[in-house]
Design a binder for this molecule. Structure first.
Ligand SMILES: [Zn+2]
Length: 162
């Protein structure tokens, strides 16, 4: 899923434990893998190199494209933080600390994937294996409209449920 969806979901779930930022982070972190297990759409990263036979060998190549991708990723993460703070801080008055812990926890596994691409050592190898294993095998890759709609639906559902 895209980072915004992970951020808002992590933040919403973290507000279930408003006085425990560490647990909030852990809950956000865990929610990432549950969301990834749902078939979903992701935007394309031009610097991404996928190895279908051995996903552990996937990589992000640092080149000109990478900096364009970084902008995309940065905007996505910033939107996630903005929406989390708006929905939970401004409207529901939760502390910024718990919101940020949940949102950053929700996004962290994808940042750790990048660290893994550049530094393939434990415990990142095991985490990457787990990430790949949890990740939905089918995707809405060629259906961006449905894909985006589903992500918005997930955020609304999580927000309403919790
Ligand atoms: Zn992920």
């Amino acid at each position: 899923m895209i980072l915004s969806t992970h951020a808002v979901t992590g933040a919403v779930l973290a507000t279930l434990v408003p006085n425990n930022p560490v647990l909030g982070f852990i809950i956000g972190f865990g929610s990432h893998f549950v969301l990834d297990a749902i078939p979903h759409w992701d935007y394309k990263l031009k610097s991404s190199r996928r190895n279908k036979l051995e996903p552990l060998n996937n990589d992000l190549i640092i080149s000109k494209d990478f900096f364009k991708d970084l902008l995309k990723i940065g905007l996505d993460a910033a939107l996630g933080l903005f929406l989390s703070i708006l929905l939970l801080g401004a409207i529901r008055h939760y502390s910024i600390l718990i919101i940020l812990c949940g949102a950053i926890g929700g996004m962290a596994p994808d940042f750790l994937q990048f660290v893994y691409f550049k530094w393939r050592h434990e415990p990142l190898i095991s985490l990457q294996k787990f990430h790949i294993w949890m990740h939905a095998k089918s995707s809405l890759k060629n259906r961006p409209v449905l894909g985006i709609f589903c992500q918005v639906a997930v955020v609304v559902l999580v927000f309403v449920l919790f």
